[in-house]
Design a protein around this ligand. Structure first.
Ligand SMILES: NC(=O)c1ccc[n+]([C@@H]2O[C@H](COP(=O)([O-])OP(=O)(O)OC[C@H]3O[C@@H](n4cnc5c(N)ncnc54)[C@H](O)[C@@H]3O)[C@@H](O)[C@H]2O)c1
Length: 305
């Protein structure tokens, strides 16, 4: 299969890249390396250091590579930045995705996009939340991803595309930036490995659906083979885990008993999240298979290896 991965030098994208390389596919990566790491892209893979906001460059690459599938993971990923810089968020996540859609259509490429389940639904919704729930996102990031999904689904209806958006829970695993401001598992693992005190924003009872990165990668690979009609699927465990429980699991993996400091809850945050992935089970044959404890142990081991 000929594929392009946008964001292939990033956390999830590079895990997907590894699996596709193992599968012997012809792969190229589009990544502006704003947070990605060039060393994650092997020499056998063509790296186009390009911004997805550059419509002309994206069109040229897609026209020359002629992919069958574009795994679209490049994005502005920070909820907090989306609150402070909503225009930048929309430019990257909405217009960047539209650039890909316009480039994909002439070559008949399918786009499998990383959307968000965690930031999509907001509070006061059924748990676990199905895709049929009307989104009530608490941050521009959720709106920009929802909007990008809508353009992909519209392309399916209007032009016979076969694009799919995967609404991911909070992905975690090795390579997530432990110094970043997103990815609480990575941040806790990094701090505890350095013997430092983590900060919990709010009271720590807020829950999210944490899904291990290898399980997420399997969902992308299954979506690439999918021939059904669904265009939006949740990818999560169905279970919310609190920030306090996460810290306990990281302490268990590290053999420590470090307690957290508390700070006020942040703008754009929502209280609870858990995704109903029944549709992904039926349509893609996908289930998460890695428990939080197993995933955190693997993440901590690789960080400290
Ligand atoms: N990590 C999660 O928990 C999570 C949850 C839901 C959805 N997602 C989505 O999954 C995708 C991957 O997230 P991640 O956690 O691996 O993030 P990441 O920051 O590690 O990866 C994003 C990659 O995209 C690249 N990139 C960013 N802006 C770009 C641009 N304008 N042009 C070209 N490349 C650009 C970065 O350099 C990086 O390599 C994103 O679309 C994100 O919104 C992630």
């Amino acid at each position: 299969m000929r594929v392009i991965i946008t964001g292939g030098a990033g956390f999830i994208g590079s895990h997907l890249l590894d699996r596709l390389v193992e599968g012997g596919h012809r792969i190229s990566v589009i990544d502006n390396l704003s947070s990605g790491d060039k060393s994650r892209v092997p020499d056998t893979v063509t790296l186009h250091q390009v911004d997805i906001r550059d419509a002309g460059a994206v069109a040229d690459i897609v026209a020359s590579e002629r992919p069958e599938v574009i795994f679209h993971l490049a994005a502005q990923i920070s909820v907090r930045h989306s609150v402070s810089e909503p225009l930048m968020d929309a430019h990257t996540n909405v217009l960047g995705t539209m650039n890909l859609i316009e480039a994909a259509r002439p070559v008949g490429a399918r786009i499998i996009m990383a959307s968000t389940g965690g930031a999509m639904y907001g509070d006061g919704v059924p748990m676990p939340t199905p895709e049929t729930q009307i989104p009530k996102t608490q941050a521009p990031y959720g709106i920009s991803k929802y909007c990008a999904e809508q353009y992909l689904s519209l392309d399916n209806r209007l032009h016979g595309g076969a694009h799919v958006s995967l609404r991911l829970g909070n992905a975690f695993g090795p390579r997530q930036d432990p110094h970043g401001e997103a990815g609480v598992v990575a941040i806790f693992c990094g701090l505890i490995a350095r013997g430092q005190t983590p900060t919990i924003f709010g009271d720590g009872t807020q829950t999210r659906d944490y899904v291990y990165v290898a399980d997420v990668v399997r969902a992308f690979l299954a979506a690439a083979q999918y021939t059904g009609n669904e265009s939006v699927l949740n990818i999560g465990t169905g279970r919310g885990t609190s920030v306090r429980e996460l810290l306990e699991a990281v302490n268990a993996a590290a053999g420590t008993a470090i307690t957290a400091e508390h700070a006020p809850a942040r703008a754009g945050e929502w209280k609870h999240g858990a995704l109903d992935s029944g549709l992904a089970a039926r349509e893609l044959g996908w289930h998460s298979s890695t428990s939080i404890a197993e995933g955190i142990a693997l993440t901590y081991q690789q960080l400290t290896a």
